[in-house]
Design a protein around this ligand. Structure first.
Ligand SMILES: C[S@@+](CC[C@H](N)C(=O)[O-])C[C@H]1O[C@@H](n2cnc3c(N)ncnc32)[C@H](O)[C@@H]1O
Length: 242
């Protein structure tokens, strides 16, 4: 039988069709019916400084079809590395194939690693300066969210930052969803609020996304390597302006 990644090639069907198919297969973990918009991708990756003096190790979690991976690739410096973690084997295979096709990814192909894995199993010995999270937290239970948050904190260096999104209109969604989903969303929101309290927090609203979303940036206390490109705040990042 033909390999799935070869059959669903980027040129034949495109990432959007694959993403929608995977959402149809498992909406809970895929989290949306469309990939993040370019505007949301920009807001989530704007904190990555273009630095030639400090090599950043960047982790992307829940890479999907690469909407955020492309935005990261377009921003990273020549010595930076990007590790993309994606749990879904079909999406991970698609993204691997995309590295050879997409111009932004191809330009830094030798510094990108795609891992088909669950973020919760990531070894805590790995350490990253910047973590871009594309996970649909609102669909997870409180315990799942707490486990993911601990995994993220475990691999984030002091002074490093995490960006992630949360969709707007959760209360409106609650009116039309069942009690189980409402419980998950509130439990997950509680876990995330407690997690955020450990960090310096910034957020911006992004209306041009389906659905509209907040882009959050959390900066971990601690000292990172100095970066001459930035005068204040986290030396690895610059303030978001989206
Ligand atoms: C909302 S989609 C985001 C995809 C892409 N980053 C974007 O912004 O369009 C969430 C992705 O996270 C993946 N995912 C869900 N739970 C995960 C986990 N525990 N570890 C790694 N990936 C996960 C899903 O398979 C899905 O591809």
């Amino acid at each position: 039988m033909m390999n799935f990644a070869a059959r669903i090639s980027p040129t034949r069907f495109g990432g959007h069709a694959l993403f929608a198919a995977e959402a149809g297969r498992d909406l809970r973990t895929t989290g949306a019916i469309a990939p993040s918009s370019p505007r949301l991708a920009r807001a989530l990756t704007e904190s990555i400084a273009r630095s030639t003096d400090t090599a950043l190790s960047i982790l992307e979690v829940g890479a999907g079809t690469g909407a955020l991976s492309r935005a990261i690739a377009a921003r990273i410096g020549p010595d930076d590395t990007l590790t993309c973690v994606e749990r879904n084997p079909r999406l991970a295979a698609y993204l691997r194939a995309e590295i050879g096709v997409d111009p932004a990814l191809r330009a830094c192909a030798e510094r990108i690693v795609i891992r088909q894995a669950d973020i919760v199993g990531l070894p805590a010995a790995e350490k990253y300066d910047v973590i871009v999270v594309g996970l649909p937290f609102a669909n997870f239970t409180e315990n799942e969210t707490r486990a993911i948050c601990e995994a993220l904190d475990g691999v984030l260096k002091p002074g490093g930052c995490i960006t992630y999104f949360s969709y707007l209109g959760g209360a409106a969604v609650d009116r039309f969803s069942g009690e189980r989903h409402r419980r998950h969303r509130r439990g997950s929101a509680r876990a995330l609020a407690e997690f955020r309290a450990r960090f310096r927090q910034d957020r911006v609203k992004v209306w041009t996304n389906l659905p509209p979303a907040y882009a959050w940036t959390l900066t971990k206390p601690g000292v990172a390597q100095p970066d001459p490109h930035v005068g204040t705040g986290n030396p690895h990042t610059k303030p978001i302006t989206a």
